[in-house]
Design a binder for this molecule. Structure first.
Ligand code: SAH
Length: 358
């Protein structure tokens, strides 16, 4: 990583909450803690079971632990947890929640059911520092990064509400996961682990606005997690205008690191492309996108922009979206038009929070 990249990351990443959260301990750390309290090793497994499978919110509920240990744990740690402060239910069945953590920070998450599946869209930060011009969350700035347990809480909350287990998780809610890399990886591993949610790595997706040093690092992780990159324009000038936070991570560098990612992992990344009328849906923009994505193995997801009240950016048309699919197919690039779910419930990133808290 060059020095400028390191500085960028240092300023865009904020420390996770300072509370001693027991769920921030790794299995090894939990075992060491239990042993240091003079307890037998199996207590660590019991505690983990209460925390990650039974989702208790107080140490008193850990009924197979001695009362004295429960008392000690209560004094040393907090379990955390989250309160629902608002929700919206869409005609298409998806539900959007505004959840609040103990320090008052709040985030949105969304549950999207299809037949016997449940996909959960999770936030990785309260707010976001990337300032994408078309995004409701970007406008409000960054409050703080979330801990892995806080990401886990969102999935548990949604799954409980639907009365079923989550079958996939997308880190596509508020925040930039790669500006909170360590906790994001921890969360992915908790989602993946049989002792956590047991969701297959390929059903766990991280979406980044394109923080190059972290894509580089992500390519070396052993699990088969899925990567999505928010591209939104393959023309540098346009991308700088709509995604000013990643100006320094140029398209040239992005293209290179994505090649490296594909070579290293053999996995297929996807590019998110929200069509904005007159901005990134023109013929020139389409030609640039074809150039950028052809011969790369990448899949393009075209999304219709979710209109944010007060924003100058408007969605493009279905006809333009269809043209994008046809032209990309001609150069061998697979492209899907994603129907934006929960349009009627302001599911666009950051809008519920804006409505409730403003
Ligand atoms: N920071 C990460 C993940 C969170 S944003 C990222 O940039 O990928 C999740 C996705 O929603 C991104 O692709 C983002 O560009 C997109 N998005 C944000 N606001 C939007 C809007 N108004 N309409 C459509 N997509 C939007």
């Amino acid at each position: 990583m060059n020095t400028e990249d390191a500085e960028f990351l240092a300023t865009s990443t904020q420390a996770v909450s300072t509370r001693t959260a027991i769920r921030s301990l790794s299995p090894d750390e939990l075992t060491r803690m239990v042993l240091s309290m003079g307890q037998p090793k199996f207590r660590a497994q019991q505690i983990a079971d209460w925390l990650w499978t039974k989702h208790v919110t107080s140490f008193d509920e850990m009924s197979n632990l001695p009362a004295s240990l429960r008392e000690q744990l209560t004094q040393m740690f907090v379990i955390g947890g989250t309160d629902e402060i608002a929700r919206q239910v869409s005609k298409d069945g998806s539900r959007k929640y505004l959840l609040k953590f103990a320090d008052g920070a709040s985030v949105e998450c969304v549950g999207m059911p299809t037949r016997n599946k449940l996909s959960v869209c999770v936030s990785t930060q309260a707010g976001c520092g990337m300032a994408c011009a078309f995004c409701a969350t970007g406008a409000a700035g960054l409050n703080r990064s979330l801990s892995a347990a806080e990401m886990y809480d969102q999935v548990v909350h949604v799954a409980k509400d639907f009365g079923t287990r989550a079958t996939s998780v997308v880190l596509m809610g508020q925040g930039e996961p790669f500006a909170n890399y360590k906790e994001t990886m921890k969360a992915l591993r908790l989602f993946n682990s049989p002792e956590g949610l047991g969701i297959g790595a390929r059903h766990l997706t991280v979406s980044t606005c394109g923080i190059i040093p972290m894509i580089h690092k992500f390519a070396t992780e052993p699990e088969q997690f899925t990567l999505a990159v928010s591209l939104h324009s393959a023309v540098q000038k346009t991308r700088d205008m709509i995604m000013p936070g990643v100006k320094r991570f140029t398209l040239l560098r992005l293209w290179d690191v994505m090649q490296e990612y594909v070579e290293k992992t053999g996995r297929r990344p996807s590019y998110e492309y929200a069509l904005i009328g007159g901005v990134n849906d023109t013929d020139d923009e389409l030609a640039a996108l074809c150039d950028f994505a052809s011969d790369t193995m990448a899949h393009v997801n075209v999304i219709m922009l979710n209109e944010v009240p007060g924003s100058p950016f408007k969605p493009s048309t279905d006809a333009r979206a269809q043209l994008f699919v046809r032209k990309l197919a001609q150069v061998g690039v697979e492209c899907t038009i994603r129907n934006s779910r929960g349009n009627d419930i302001a599911a666009a990133c950051g809008q519920l929070k804006q409505q409730v808290l403003n």
